[in-house]
Ligand binder design. Sequence first.
Ligand code: NAD
Length: 271
Amino acid sequence: MAEDYDLPKGDLMKGKKGLIMGVANHNSIAWGIAAQMAAQGAELAFSYLGEGLERRVRPLAESVGSKLLIQADVADDASMDAAFAEVEKEFGTLDFLVHSIAFADKEQLKGSFVENTTREGFLSAMNISAYSFVDCSRRAAKLMPNGGSIICMTYLGAERVIPNYNVMGVAKAALEASTRYVARDLGPQGIRVNAISAGAMRTLSLAGISGGRGMLSQGRAFSALKEDTSMEGVAGAALWLLSDLGRSTTGEVVHVDAGFHMVGLPDGFEA
Ligand code: NAD
């Protein structure tokens, strides 16, 4: 529940309504962000994938007073039409959107990228992990007549080669580029669009990557801070970007990874 995280309370999001897409369970990054938004007074709607997840997401949503819980499969236009129609009916307008969604077939997330990547696996990862962000942003922007803020979640595998991350790295590169293109298009409407590049965190998605545990331990060992990326750190960056504190920032990829991304060689290296 929200109390498990040490999140600052306040009213930075008071009067703001947001849609959180991508909570699967208590460990989901989207949940940490949602809990932080709620602790700052936001009114939240949640979308989740498939009936199987409802029993996990409903108690979380109810614990932060949310009454709007909607099924939405980002790969299915009819499902997306229905979900956003429901948000419009219940909320009227939106102030922010959190896109925290990714998928690639497990078989694509191991071994040689060049040998193992199939057309189907490539297109499905791109569709769900990158195109969906463009689609969600377009739909959300229609509900943001007063401007707003949109974020998505990415990883260093977009910029550098991370073993086994493979097709997801390519999808994240597309997601980061999409962040900039969407930011430029929606900027004149006062809508800011940013990505958070989080370090490895213990979630369902990480479990799907071969050697995911190694990504965690190596992330910690290589990081400047010598620690795991915390949910509080990611949620804090989200609060900055989604609230008026972030008012001049758009089209940015913000690294929240304990400084993992900027280290070139491991400790102990001697020339
Ligand atoms: P998670 O498994 O909790 O969340 C992923 C979510 O994507 C789930 O809620 C799942 O239901 C949803 N999803 C998948 N396919 C979908 C579809 N077709 N329609 C709608 N929803 C769909 O894992 P997470 O780690 O919280 O992942 C959230 C985001 O953070 C992802 O974009 C992920 O790539 C990114 N990220 C994760 C890490 C990490 O180490 N865990 C690091 C950096 C970035």
